[in-house]
Design a protein around this ligand. Sequence first.
Ligand code: S3P
Length: 168
Amino acid sequence: MSQKTIFLIGFMGVGKTTLGKKLAKALGVDFIDTDDELEKQLGCSISTYFSKYGEEDFRIKEREWIANYVSKPQVVATGGGMPCFFDNMEQLNQKGITIYLERPAKELFQRLINAKQQRPLVKVLEADELLQFIQTKLDERAPFYKQAKYVLGREDQTIDKILLTLDA
Ligand code: S3P
C-alpha cells in the first residue's frame, strides 16, 4: 500500500471507526481514531472536555493534533468536525489520502439515534431536533468533506471497493 496515511472523514455515526478498523486489518497497518488519541492526550472523555472547556477549545486541540501529525502508513478515523475547521482539510490532504464516507442525513439520523450519548453535540437532542441538526450541519460541512480525494457513496463503502479505489 501507499506509505501515506489513509484518513476516513465524514459525519458522526457514519461508520469511520468500524470501517477503518477493517480497512487497517486488510492493509496490514495500524488503526487509530483521532477522538481516542485526543482523549488520551486530554486525560478525559471528549464529552467532559466539551462541558469543561467548550467546543472552541476542543477545535484548537484537534487543530494542534493534525498540525503535529507525521504521516505514516496507517488508517486514521477523524472526528466528524475535524475537517471543517481552520485549514484542517488542507492538512489532511497534504498528509494523506482522504476518503469521505458520504451518507444522506436521514441515514445518519437512523445510525446516530442510538449512538448519541457519548457525542456532546447531539446527546441532549430529541429525535426531531437531531434530524434538523444533522441536516443543517451536513449542509455546512459538505463543502469541506467534498474536498476529499475520494468521495464514496453507500455502495462504495466496503473494504473491497475501497481497496480497488486505492489501487486505482
Ligand atoms: C464531532 C464528532 C465526534 C467528536 C466530537 C465532535 C463533530 O467524532 O470528535 O464529539 O463535531 O462532528 P465522531 O465523528 O467520531 O463521532
